[in-house]
Ligand binder design. Structure first.
Ligand code: CAA
Length: 389
C-alpha cells in the first residue's frame, strides 16, 4: 500500500533527506510505511520524530545556503554589468558589499541552525520517558541498564533547578528498581551539560542561597547506591563537569571538553569542582582550570589526567557506556554496591580506616548466596548465575 498521496509533504521531506545523512539517520518512506503498518510504540514515534526533525533542519539549512549563494550571484552579476558601463567608485563598491552582506548573514544563520540542531540530537536514538511528566530528561531501560539523557537542547543542557529535581527523582526510581543494575547518564552530541543555569541563578542573593542551601540537592546523585556511568559528549563545563565527576565512571566522546569556567562569571565551582577535580587530576591541573576558567581539558587530556576512563568516537560513547553498565548490571548487585561503597570510602577516611572498612565488607560478602555461587561456579568451570542475594 502506498502512503505517498496521503503524506506527500512529509514524503517529500523524507525523500530529499541529504545524502550526507548516515543510513541510520536518514528517514525513508520505508520507515514511514513500516511505522504505519506495524504496531507503533511511543519509543518508535520519538525516534521517528527525532529523525524527521533532523531531515527538516538539514533541508532548511540547504535552502538557506542556496538562497545565500543565489543572492550573492545576482549582486555580483548586477555589479559586473554596472562596471561594464561605468567606472565603479569606492562608494559603489561599498554599496555592492553591503548588498552581499545579507546573503552572507543568512549563510551564517544556516551554520547556527545546524549547530543548534546538534544540541538537539540526543546521543542515542532510543528514548522513552519513565514518566510522561518529565520535561528535561529522556529515560529508557535496556535489560538491567537504565539510560538517562539530559534533554534541554536549547540551553545546552544547562542544569536548571527543574532538571535536577527530575534527575534526582528518576535516579531514585532506578535505584529502587530491583530490575536495574547500573545507570548511564548522558546528554546530547553538543553538550553533556554547559553548567548550572546562569540565567536562572544570576539574580539570587547570599541569604537566599544560604537559607535554601542552593545546589545542596545536587549531591543526591552521590547517594545513589547503584553504579553510575557518565557518557560525555561535547561540553561538560562547570556544573556539567561536576555532574560527570559525581558519577562513578566517566566515558568521553572524542570531542568532549571538560572545564570549570565559573571564575569568569565572578563565582567559583559550587558542586564539587574544586574538590573532586583535585582528587581526579591533581592540584596543579585543577588550579590551572579553576583559576583561569579557560584552560579546558580535551577528552584525550582528560583520559591522560585520569578524569575519564576511556575515550571513544563520539557516536559510540553511549553504546560503550551501556555495554560496561550491562557487564556490571549482570554481576551480583549487593557485591557491586559494596565495591562502590569501599572505593568511595577512600575519599572520606584515612588509609587505615579505609582498609578496615574494606576488610569488613570482604568478610560480609561470605554471608551472601552470590559469593557461594561465584566461587562454586569458578571451581566447577561454569558461568556464575548471580541472584543478587
Ligand atoms: N546557563 C544558561 N544558559 C546557557 C548556559 C548556562 N550555563 N550555557 C549555554 N546556555 C545557553 C545560551 O545562553 C544560549 O541560549 P540562547 O540561544 O537563548 O542565547 C544557548 O545555551 C546556546 O549557547 P551559546 O549560544 O552560548 O553557544 P556557543 O556554542 O556559542 O557557546 C558555550 C557554548 C561555550 C558552552 C557557552 O554557551 C558558554 O560559555 N556557556 C556557559 C558555560 C559556563 O560558564 N558554565 C558554568 C556555569 S556556572 C556553574 O556551573 C556553577 C557550578 O559550579 C554549579
Amino acid at each position: 500500500m502506498s502512503t505517498r498521496s496521503s503524506f506527500s509533504p512529509v514524503t517529500q521531506i523524507l525523500e530529499s533527506g541529504p545524502a550526507s545523512a548516515s543510513p541510520e539517520e536518514r528517514v525513508t518512506e520505508e520507515h514511514f510505511n513500516n511505522l504505519h503498518a506495524s504496531s507503533v510504540t511511543y519509543r518508535d514515534l520519538l525516534i521517528f520524530e527525532e529523525r524527521l526533525k533532523l531531515n527538516m533542519i538539514r533541508l532548511k539549512k540547504r535552502q538557506q545556503k542556496y538562497e545565500a549563494f543565489l543572492g550573492s550571484l545576482v549582486v555580483v552579476i548586477a555589479y559586473c554589468a554596472f562596471a561594464t558601463f561605468y567606472q565603479p567608485s569606492e562608494h559603489h563598491s561599498i554599496i555592492m558589499f553591503s548588498a552581499l552582506r545579507q546573503p552572507l548573514v543568512r549563510a551564517t544563520a544556516a551554520k547556527r541552525l545546524s549547530r543548534a540542531f546538534s544540541a538537539y540530537s540526543p546521543n542515542h536514538n532510543a528514548v522513552a520517558p519513565t514518566s510522561p511528566k518529565l520535561e528535561y530528561l529522556l529515560t529508557e531501560t535496556r535489560g538491567r541498564v537504565a539510560v538517562v539523557t539530559l534533554h534541554r537542547p536549547k540551553a545546552l543542557n544547562a542544569l536548571c533547578n527543574g532538571l535536577f529535581v527530575e534527575l534526582n527523582q528518576v535516579l531514585r526510581e532506578f535505584d529502587d528498581n530491583k530490575d536495574i543494575g547500573a545507570i548511564v547518564i548522558t546528554g546530547s552530541e553538543r553538550a553533556f551539560a554547559a553548567g548550572a543555569d546562569i540565567k536562572e541563578m544570576k539574580d539570587r542573593g547570599f541569604i537566599e542561597n544560604y537559607a535554601e542551601d542552593f545546589l545542596g540537592h545536587w549531591t543526591q546523585i552521590t547517594k545513589i547506591r547503584k553504579p553510575t556511568i557518565a557518557a560525555v559528549n561535547g561540553f561538560a563545563l562547570g556544573g556539567g563537569c561536576e555532574l560527570a565527576m559525581m558519577c562513578d565512571i566517566i566515558y568521553a566522546g572524542d570531542k568532549a571538553v571538560f572545564g570549570q569556567p565559573e571564575i569568569k562569571l565572578g563565582t567559583i565551582p559550587g558542586a564539587g569542582g574544586t574538590q573532586r577535580l583535585v582528587r581526579a587530576i591533581g592540584k596543579s591541573k585543577a588550579m590551572e582550570m579553576c583559576l583561569t576558567g579557560s584552560v579546558n581539558l580535551t577528552a584525550e587530556e582528560a583520559e591522560r589526567a585520569g578524569l575519564v576512563s576511556r575515550v571513544y568516537p563520539a557516536d559510540q560513547v553511549v553504546d560503550e557506556a551501556i555495554k560496561t553498565a550491562e557487564k556490571i548490571g549482570n554481576l551480583s548487585l549487593p557485591i557491586v554496591q559494596m565495591v562502590k561503597d569501599a572505593i568511595n570510602q577512600s575519599f572520606e577516611v584515612p588509609l587505615s580506616g579505609g582498609l578496615t572498612f574494606e576488610r569488613r565488607l570482604f568478610h560480609s560478602t561470605f554471608a551472601s548466596k552470590d559469593q557461594k555461587e561465584g566461587m562454586a561456579a569458578f571451581a566447577e568451570k561454569r558461568k556464575a548465575n548471580f541472584t543478587h542475594n
